[in-house]
Design a protein around this ligand. Structure first.
Ligand code: PLP
Length: 386
């Protein structure tokens, strides 16, 4: 089946009399009448569930579905994207190593690396992974590489395929945060990545009504990650898993609409007075255009950013004039929202670090929704021009 069909059906096998929509199973624990049977289930020799922190049918369905879409053996669904990232890092590098991470990294990931892993002995090197020479030099010393398919917030696109080749030659695992692109637009495992992670809070869920994370990869790595996630109690609860699977069913149509709308807004913004720069991977002016065109052939999703003349005051005035767009420090929902990296995703960085990335006082990140493109453009136009 093609990805659009798999998004609708993956993770479940229907039989006669199966409920068409999955039942929600909130049970914390399952009962048993036979000790050998219980023992076999716990050892993984027989299918079944026994305790909610270890496994749950709703979580299983979500894990199978995301693994299927990303082309992986297996997956682990966690209580948030950050829990997924943590589980993935410790599965791939259980002992301190040098971690090479993309310089323009989601601020929460940068904070996890610096505040939690660095004190444990990991060495963290932030490198511009869109610069393949710099990436190649840094990977030489690495025990793990962390990249994002589309960077946050300026939407650069590193050549994951080339980075994966360098990693493979040096025997270094590559962890890719595919939150912005989703498997509908890019499948990093097919490009050579070792593990893919998602904040399912964003596009996979798609409706801004759950917090969840998923990692996918080969079976042994996922088994280790699941054990650690169960031990540390970061596995995902049943209702959020149920909601995330429900969101996943419409992922393909949403990503196509997000992609069309974001490109339409980015193009329109180029001629809006007061906008000094527009960051969108598929604008010809993007430094990542050639790579994005190759790796994101069906669209780049709903993320873009722009720089507004007049800094924070101008951003505040624009926000007060919005009629449809709202400010919200997340992304990937059906509604168009903006966020302000200086105090949201990148607040843990110093002003100098943000400046080095190109994130300034006028930088606004946009998560374009699935509303009518004309309505979205008109709202930005009136809010900025007035
Ligand atoms: N990765 C990216 C690219 C994100 O944008 C986020 C959250 O904004 C995360 C990871 C963390 O996900 P969560 O908030 O679900 O823990």
């Amino acid at each position: 089946m093609k990805p659009a069909s798999r998004a609708v059906h993956a993770g479940r096998e229907l039989e006669a009399r199966s409920p068409l929509a999955p039942d929600l199973s909130p049970a914390a624990v399952h009962v048993y009448t036979d000790l050998d049977d219980y023992d076999a289930v716990v050892r993984g020799e027989r299918p079944g569930h026994y305790y909610g922190r270890n496994s749950n049918s709703n979580r299983d369905m979500l894990e199978r579905a995301v693994a299927d879409l990303e082309g992986a053996d297996a997956g682990v669904a966690t209580a948030s994207g950050m829990a997924a990232l943590h589980a993935a890092i410790l599965a791939l590098a259980p002992k301190p190593v040098t971690i090479v991470a993309t310089r323009e990294l989601y601020g929460g990931t940068a904070a996890l690396l610096r505040l939690d892993l660095e004190p444990m002995g990991y060495e963290i090197l932030f490198v511009d992974l869109t610069d393949l020479d710099a990436a190649s030099r840094a990977i030489h010393t690495a025990g793990l590489v962390i990249a994002e398919t589309i960077t946050n917030p300026l939407c650069g696109v590193p050549d994951i395929e080339a980075i994966a080749t360098i990693c493979r030659e040096r025997g270094v695992p590559l962890l890719v945060d595919n939150t912005f692109a989703t498997p509908m637009l890019c499948r990093p495992l097919q490009l050579g990545a070792t593990v893919v992670m998602h904040s399912a809070t964003k596009y996979l869920g798609g409706h801004s009504d759950l917090v969840a994370g998923v990692i996918v990869g080969e079976a042994a790595t996922m088994a280790a990650a699941l054990k650690r996630s169960a031990r540390t109690g970061t596995t995902l609860g049943p209702f959020d898993a149920w909601l995330a699977l429900r969101g996943l069913r419409t992922l393909d149509v949403r990503m196509l609409r997000h992609s069309d709308n974001s490109l339409a807004l980015a193009r329109a913004m180029r001629s809006m007075r007061g906008v000094s720069r527009v960051h969108h991977p598929l604008l010809e002016s993007s430094p990542s255009y050639a790579v994005a065109h190759r790796l994101l052939a069906h669209g780049s999703g709903g993320m873009m950013a722009f720089d507004l003349d007049g800094g924070r005051d101008a951003v505040q005035r624009m926000m007060e004039r919005f009629r449809l767009v709202t400010f919200a420090a997340s992304l990937g929902g059906v509604e168009t929202t903006i966020s302000y990296p200086e105090i949201t995703s990148h607040r843990s960085m110093s002003p100098e670090e943000r400046k080095a990335l190109g994130v300034g006082a006028g930088t606004v990140r946009v998560s374009i929704g699935i509303e009518d493109a004309g309505d979205i453009i008109a709202d930005f136009e009136q809010a900025i021009s007035r």
